[in-house]
Design a protein around this ligand. Structure first.
Ligand code: C2E
Ligand code: CA
Ligand code: CA
Ligand code: CA
Length: 279
């Protein structure tokens, strides 16, 4: 039996046990994946709705188990955050994104920014900004080639320290976005204080906007607040032509979703770019 906060005693059920075993399996798998190089970044373009070109692309982490089955982040990111492995994974992502940017130099993709996802625990590390800037320098990249996506709930622990790091990164040109915007706490209050460049509105608003006037109103309000604060506003999860029409009419700046492209390995990006340029 284990103490359980205010409700007193709670017994381990088979279900909790299963989850514990699962947690240990996933973290062991992750540790092996890090040392045996079974991680890969996939890239999903964000379409600039004015030009039709690629505005930037989001790096999405994939892990492969011993049978080469792809494991999605929903399975391992929460485990990595809990176990602290997220810092090693995060460093791997920073390094790999920079190496990819370097590889794109001299190709048609050299202007394409890469946006990486950053967890709260990474931002709590007071050396994160320094580490990112040093890595960019080591690959001879300019800071504006990299972007960070943070959820609102990320800014949690050492608030001032986190803001300071974000300010430092933004001041030299690293692009900062708030991800899943609208789903966290006190969105608008954070917006005033956070050094950000763009807002990425959570896909649930778009998905409900078609049938639900309330979601439509909130989505439009978020776009206009974003624009009045001088931010670019991004929509994620565009899957249908109806949604594409809606996001264009609503005034979004950038759009991302399966309709334009699924996340893909880096070697498929040149063909994707060639395809949209010849349309
Ligand atoms: P996210 O940052 O909100 O990323 C968007 C997710 O939506 C991705 O799932 C992407 O594949 C998926 N997606 C893209 N287009 C569509 C669409 O049209 N419809 C729908 N239904 N989904 C779409 P993915 O790759 O499974 O990643 C899930 C989450 O895992 C991400 O959510 C992000 O929070 C986290 N994540 C991914 N890579 C990393 C990473 O390198 N570091 C950290 N800390 N978190 C990561
Ligand atoms: Ca993201
Ligand atoms: Ca998101
Ligand atoms: Ca999300």
């Amino acid at each position: 039996a284990k103490e359980n906060g205010k409700n007193g005693i709670c017994f381990y059920t088979p279900d909790i046990n299963d989850r514990l075993v699962r947690y240990q399996e996933v973290s062991a798998m992750l540790r092996r994946a890090i040392v045996t190089d079974r991680l890969q970044l996939y890239f999903q373009p964000q379409i600039d709705l004015k030009t039709g070109g690629i505005g930037s692309c989001e790096a999405l982490l994939r892990c492969f188990d011993e049978s080469n089955r792809m494991i999605f982040p929903a399975m391992f990111i929460p485990v990595a955050e809990k176990s602290g492995l997220i810092n090693r994974l995060g460093d791997w992502v920073i390094e790999t994104a920079c190496r990819q940017l370097k590889a794109w130099q001299g190709t048609d993709l050299e202007k394409t920014r890469i946006d990486i996802n950053v967890s709260g625990r990474q931002l709590n590390n007071q050396h994160l900004a320094e580490h990112i800037l040093q890595t960019l320098e080591r690959y001879e990249l300019t800071p504006d080639q990299l972007g960070l996506e943070l959820t609102e709930n990320v800014v949690f622990g050492d608030y001032e320290g986190q803001i300071g790091q974000l300010e430092r990164l933004k001041s030299v040109g690293v692009h900062i976005s708030i991800d899943d915007f609208g789903t966290g706490y006190s969105s608008l209050v954070y917006l005033r204080r956070l050094p950000v460049c763009s807002l990425k509105i959570d896909r649930s608003f778009l998905h409900h906007a078609m049938e639900n006037e309330g979601d439509m109103a909130i989505m439009q309000a978020m776009i206009s607040v974003g624009h009045r604060l001088g931010l670019s506003v991004v929509v994620e999860g565009v899957e249908t032509h109806e949604q594409d029409n809606l996001v264009r009419e609503s005034g979004f700046d950038l759009a991302q979703g399966y309709l334009y492209a699924r996340p893909m390995p880096a070697d498929q990006m040149p063909a994707f770019l060639a395809g949209i340029e010849s349309d």
